[in-house]
Design a protein around this ligand. Structure first.
Ligand SMILES: O=c1ccn([C@@H]2O[C@H](COP(=O)(O)OP(=O)(O)O[C@H]3O[C@@H](CO)[C@H](O)[C@H]3O)[C@@H](O)[C@H]2O)c(=O)[nH]1
Length: 345
């Protein structure tokens, strides 16, 4: 990694378990600053393996720091990770789950996922015209014949969405019908998600440029006290892609892989996801149809406009979306205050 990026990256980990998985990541993560969001019981002791530079926040810390605005941070769902995004002061954030380990490429080499994400983020995306030979900015690649020269400058990359070997990121019904399925297919490719096209963003192994897209990386109202869980990353993925499309930013998906070790319980997952499975059939067309106004020129402005559109258009699905819209606004208030170094009130 270029040494000048060392001070520009935070690694954010939501956890209800332990941080033992960090041992395997030691050679790759030790030089970086870690932000751990400890979910669930704040009295549970979570030990940090020696040698890591780490801040750890539990629910009490979240409430102390955000006061009333803590209502926008979910409890008992991996959505709590976005508190770490709020606490970060760095340009880039890499977020990873505590059941993800170092994957190997087909030639047996350990994959430095963070390094690859940074390479994805530091090179442009190609959302406006598809390059059939994948990422033209990857090593050994280029634009194919016929690619318009006027578009070869690309667009700034806001999000690098990495994938997983072993346990696939399936919804509960798919998990139930394919309980033994493993992803063993290593595809050596990075693609730009085309402009105007949404995708199911997974929060397990994902990095983003906090300066350009951070305010749109809110992971929804999920978990305890909410009618929905496990749609946190989906919600953030829809919203952030709408904002990226409006602002001319790019999203890459593909490499790097991590090794996802643990299948969460499909029956528990079904209970959490149940409403989302129905709602997504209406939510996705809504987000696909959103047209933000030319007056929204920053991520924060786009996000506030989107909050208003959520309020106007989604309450008919369920009154819950009124609360979601309010929380989107609370999140932006908190984001602005943290960015300005003001005390949250
Ligand atoms: O209440 C909770 C539950 C979990 N966490 C932490 O969040 C991540 C992911 O949790 P988990 O490993 O249980 O879930 P998976 O099914 O493997 O992962 C996918 O589900 C997502 C959608 O919610 C998630 O982003 C996907 O990657 C772990 O680090 C847990 O410890 C939590 O903080 N609170």
């Amino acid at each position: 990694m270029a040494p000048d990026l060392l001070d520009q990256v935070d690694i954010v980990i939501p956890t209800i378990r332990s941080l033992d998985f960090l041992e395997q990541w030691r050679p790759f993560f030790e030089p970086y600053h870690l932000i751990v969001v400890q979910d669930g019981d704040p009295d549970r002791q979570v030990s940090i393996p020696d040698g890591f530079d780490c801040d750890i926040y539990n629910r009490r810390d979240i409430e102390r720091i955000l006061g009333e605005k803590a209502s926008c941070i979910s409890y008992k769902d991996s959505a709590c990770r976005c508190f770490g995004f709020l606490m970060s002061r760095k340009r880039y954030v890499y977020t990873i789950d505590d059941d993800c380990f170092v994957a190997k490429s087909p030639d047996g080499k350990l994959i430095d996922a963070l390094h690859h994400h940074l390479r994805n983020l530091c090179t442009p995306s190609t959302p406006f015209f598809f390059n059939t030979l994948y990422d033209p900015f990857a090593e050994g690649a280029d634009f194919v014949r016929g690619y318009p020269f006027s578009l070869r400058i690309g667009a700034p990359t806001a999000i690098s969405h990495g994938l997983w070997l072993n346990i696939p990121d399936y919804d509960a019904p798919t998990q139930m019908v394919k309980p033994l399925e493993k992803n063993t297919r290593y595809v050596d490719a990075v693609l730009t998600v085309p402009h105007g096209c949404l995708y199911p963003m997974c929060g397990m192994n994902m990095a983003f440029d906090r300066e350009i897209i951070g305010p749109a990386m809110w992971f929804g109202l999920m978990g305890e006290g909410q009618p929905l869980g496990r749609y946190d990353d989906m919600f953030a993925g829809w919203c952030s892609k709408v904002v990226c499309d409006h602002l001319g930013l790019g999203v890459k998906t593909g490499l790097p892989y991590v090794w996802h070790s643990k299948a969460s319980n499909p029956f528990v997952n079904l209970k959490k996801e149940y409403k989302g499975i129905f709602w997504q059939e209406e939510l996705i067309p809504f987000f696909q149809g959103v047209k933000l106004s030319p007056e929204s020129t920053t991520t924060e402005e786009c996000y506030l406009e989107l909050a208003q559109l959520v309020r106007e258009n989604l309450i008919g699905i369920d009154p819950y979306f009124g609360k979601v819209a309010d929380a989107m606004e609370t999140w932006i208030d908190a984001w602005r205050q943290m960015a300005n170094g003001e005390k949250i009130v």
